[in-house]
Design a protein around this ligand. Structure first.
Ligand SMILES: Cc1ncc(C[n+]2csc(CCOP(=O)(O)OP(=O)(O)O)c2C)c(N)n1
Ligand SMILES: [Mg+2]
Length: 886
């Protein structure tokens, strides 16, 4: 057959198929059409036709104009409100930078997402004052000025507040740059500005809401978690890392809105590709409901005419760099470059002026389209939804930044640019005043403010809003902790085992058992927690759909809808996000949850430090338990597992209290105090406690030590005959080496050191710095640090040994009355057994003894002959390689 004839035949054949499909859709419905298409897909696969998974749909709106619901509000008044908010958000940044050059701020992010937020505020986001559960809204960090500008119209922030944007130290306080609950605890709920954490935390928040519902702790509701995200932000691995959890758990209470303005800070997100298409296929593949919100209403009539698909094809061919170019292009250029590619598309716009072509809107700027996307997302069942909204970065900024690569950093508008902005959005500010970029607020009884208030009232009040509910709390049974004041008899026990025992008992406690949320990233067996599987169950929304292989055993893998354990799989980031969701439920849900997040201590601070920082910002409360800790205590595992620095890293976290207990009674006292501190007193802190897997006999608690254990250091052994005021300090499992060393010094050298157990160098450091500062500022009211209270002023020698870097004890060295020497585990770990590791890192009894003698010798306190003999006897090699340099 001739080519032409063939083409004709194909065309007729195509038409037949299309007609059949149309017939089915019209007469039997879209579900039936879908069924048939899926059947054909299976059939073709069986016949060996390569039908590789295609996650993409054409570059058009997911919701066709024909299926749209009418807009439920006044578009006109909403446009006015939005324009005022746009103006004030911009003015806030411009004014701040006029007053203080370089103070920063962002205009273009909110400019691109104003419609996305306003439709939400006017029609969707629930405030919670009406008894319905409030929505939890994660706002893009850099859009903060827009949220402040709305709160200003709502009367929740004053002009004084707006003037102090990014000036938190100004009199009367100021507004934080980004959403920070730590800074603005009655306003912001979710810290989002470290890119990637918002989407991750939002997923686990939605999941935790389900957990509470499934456990009967909160009523079922249609409360939503909304997360507004940047398209550039989606490059962070954290943003996309937990997508499949959200679909697996069928989180239809979760809506992502990705603000696809196609730009990030430096330039296009995907100049040579298409971020919307890329995200669509990734989210589809991960099982999400994807709604593409690409074109505004002006495009509807054109798509209606697009029966042969040329317009759709033209959109599909473009790359984002070119899409961005059209934002700043003349209508003439758009006609030629975009529509001119095909006769069919060029013809479509023959009756449109160039000016009209320039003004064609993108979906994310069209309230009707945005409303419909949100409406569909809100009602979607069975999976989470992502809305990919096409927007323009710097929308409305014109020459000053709209669609320009520099727009992200633009903070200054000159007078002409301000005038253009004002006129475009119809803000009643005169030319005479424009240079000052004044804020604008209509009268309280203006139609704009009345409407704005009325819409929020209907939705249950304002947000964002953070509430610190004052909750009733009863402490768990004191006996649970008291038990560990006794020694363990002849039973060697590791602190990890003690922690698990305490946790097991807490889960059964009548006061707080239901509040405890154990969180583990696939390490339950490592920590000996598998007994909890059966006792409290592993949470699964689906229950258990299979018979577990170990069903006959006592500790079988029991999944249950009302399970208490969040077994997160191998994700410390996900686990920490669950910790944050649980640790803030006192605020988000008005009910306490007590997370115990138990993890390999190596994979805590160094791996997920930014999330721990965010947990501090968001004022989360709970226990982080660093298991298998200690560079030399965790044997065999080598350099990527053996943690000798998490406590040093913890020093940097203001909201973290960090403890490295040696004995069961210390641990029990610290856990009980943590519960009291965070839940009875309501302090916004996190307890980081390391536990180890070394088994040893646990001693009885020495009397009157509780308060000092909590302050970070107590006297473990006092020696009457301590002539040199010699002091050995130990922590964690290394405490046993210190005790052994003291015994050797006593028996072999007649030296009698005091022994101190340091449970928290961070506490000592925080306290000593505070006291030092106080004394500097208040010379007539001198205070004493805990270190000085314990050690007095008599000069002495202090030898500190821990399983952490020397810098940890050295952080408090200057506060001791005398010479302070640290032994520690600087350097990479090694695959070895415990005793060899301790010898290698020079933290075993032998090195503690030798170091003590060497220092006493340096100070002229012992006879010079002792040292060489001791070196020989103890087997110290002076030419041994420095472990810190390995
Ligand atoms: C983890 C992290 N890295 C870098 C930044 C700095 N930063 C702030 S905004 C931004 C670009 C954001 O682009 P996008 O996510 O597309 O948001 P848009 O402003 O375009 O809406 C960058 C790199 C940050 N805030 N967080
Ligand atoms: Mg962007």
């Amino acid at each position: 057959m001739e080519n032409k004839e063939l083409a004709k035949m194909f065309e007729a054949e195509n038409q037949e198929w299309i007609d059949s499909l149309d017939y089915i859709i019209e007469n039997e419905g879209s579900e039936r059409a879908r069924e048939i298409l899926l059947m054909l897909q299976s059939r073709s696969q069986l016949k060996g036709i390569d039908f590789t998974y295609q996650g993409n749909t054409p570059y058009i709106n997911t919701i066709p104009a024909s299926k749209e619901k009418p807009y439920p509000g006044s578009r006109e008044i909403e446009r006015k409100i939005k324009s005022i908010i746009r103006w004030n958000a911009m003015a806030m940044v411009v004014r701040a930078n006029k007053e203080s050059d370089g103070i920063g701020g962002h205009i273009s992010t909110f400019a691109s997402s104003a419609t996305l937020y306003e439709v939400g505020f006017n029609h969707f986001f629930r405030g919670g004052d009406d008894g319905r559960r409030p929505d939890l809204v994660y706002i893009q960090g850099h859009a903060a000025p827009g949220i402040y500008a709305r709160a200003f119209l709502e009367g929740r922030l004053t002009e004084h507040d707006l003037n102090n944007f990014r000036r938190e130290l100004k009199e009367g306080g100021g507004l934080s740059s980004y959403p920070h609950p730590r800074s603005m605890k009655e306003f912001w709920q979710f810290p989002t500005v470290s890119m990637g954490l918002g989407p991750l935390m939002a997923i686990y928040q939605a999941r935790f809401n389900r957990y509470l519902e499934d456990n009967g702790l909160i009523p079922k509701s249609d409360q939503k978690v909304w997360a507004f995200l940047g398209d550039g932000e989606m490059d962070e691995p954290e943003s996309m890392g937990a997508l499949t959890l959200a679909s697996r758990e069928e989180l239809d209470n979760l809506i992502f809105v990705v603000n696809c303005n196609l730009q990030r800070l430096d330039g296009p997100v995907r100049g040579n590709g298409s971020i919307i298409q890329e995200l669509e296929s990734a989210f589809h593949g991960a099982g999400w409901n994807v709604i593409k919100l690409i074109h505004g209403r002006d495009w509807d009539p054109l798509f209606e005419k697009d029966t042969d698909g040329f317009l759709t094809r033209r959109f599909g061919e473009l790359v984002d760099g070119q899409r961005q170019k059209y934002i700043i292009s003349s209508g003439d250029y758009i006609r030629k470059d975009f529509f001119g590619k095909y006769d069919q598309t060029l013809k479509m716009v023959e009756n449109y002026s160039d000016e009209q072509l320039e003004k064609f809107t993108r979906g994310g700027h069209d309230p009707l389209k945005v409303y419909n996307a949100y409406h569909a997302a809100f009602h979607h069942k069975g999976s989470p939804t992502v809305i990919l909204a096409s927007t323009i970065k710097g929308y409305g900024m014109g020459e000053a930044g709209e669609g320009r690569n520099i727009t992200h950093q633009q903070k200054k508008l000159n007078e002409e640019e301000l005038k253009t902005f004002r006129s475009r959005f119809g803000i009643p500010i005169s030319d005479a005043d424009i240079g000052k970029a004044p804020f604008y607020k209509p009268d309280e009884d203006s139609e704009e403010l009345k409407y704005l208030r009325q819409q929020r009232e209907k939705l249950g009040g304002y947000l964002p809003k953070r509430v610190d509910h004052k909750l009733r709390f009863e402490m768990p049974d004191h006996e649970i902790f008291m038990e560990y004041s006794k020694d363990s008899g002849d039973k060697a026990v590791a602190t990890t085992m003690v922690m698990v025992q305490i946790l097991t008992k807490l889960l059964k406690d009548k006061n707080i058992g239901k509040l405890i949320v154990p969180i583990v990233p696939d390490e339950s067996r490592t920590f000996g927690m598998d007994s909890l599987f059966r006792q409290v169950g592993i949470y699964s929304h689906k229950g258990q759909l299979y018979e577990p292989v170990d069903r006959d055993s006592l500790m079988y893998y029991k999944e249950a809808k009302n399970g208490a354990i969040l077994e997160e799989g191998i994700t410390e980031s996900g686990s920490m996000s669950s910790f944050i969701a649980a640790g803030t439920s006192y605020s988000t849900h008005g009910m306490n949850s007590i997370p115990f997040f138990i993890f390999y201590s190596m994979f805590g601070f160094q791996r997920i430090g930014d999330l721990i920082w965010a947990a501090g910002d968001i004022r989360a409360r709970g226990f982080m338990i660093g298991g298998t800790s200690g560079r030399t205590t965790l044997a065999g595992e080598g350099l990527q597992h053996q943690d000798g620095h998490s406590h040093l890293l913890a020093l940097a976290y203001p909201a973290v209290k960090a403890y490295d207990p040696a004995f069961a009674y210390e641990l029990a006292i610290i856990v009980e105090e943590g519960i009291r501190d965070m839940y009875l007193e309501g302090n916004d802190v996190i307890y980081y406690i390391t536990v180890t897997n070394e088994k040893y006999l646990q001693p009885a608690k020495p009397p009157c030590t509780k308060a000092h254990i909590l302050k970070g250091m107590y006297q473990y052994r006092y020696e009457e005959e301590n002539t040199h005021n010699l002091n050995l300090l130990g922590s964690g499992a290394i405490m046993n080496e210190v005790i052994k060393a003291a015994d050797i010094l006593k028996s072999d050298y007649g030296i009698h050191p005091h022994i101190w157990s340091v449970t928290s160098y961070k506490n000592l450091y925080d306290d000593a710095r505070e006291v030092e500062r106080h004394n500097t500022l208040n010379p007539n009211d001198l205070k004493e640090s805990h270190i000085r209270f314990l050690t007095g002023n008599e000069p002495g020698l202090f030898i500190a040994a821990s399983d952490y870097m020397k810098a940890l004890p050295l952080s408090v060295a200057t506060y001791f009355p005398g010479r302070f020497v640290a032994l520690g585990t600087d350097g990479f770990g090694l695959s070895e057994e415990r005793a060899s590791l301790r010898d290698h890192f020079e933290v075993n009894a032998k090195h503690i003894v030798y170091t003590t003698l060497a220092k006493l010798h340096e100070e002229g306190k012992i006879d010079g002959k002792i040292l060489p003999k001791a070196m020989k006897k103890l087997g110290i090699q002076p030419d041994k390689i420095n472990p810190a340099l390995v």
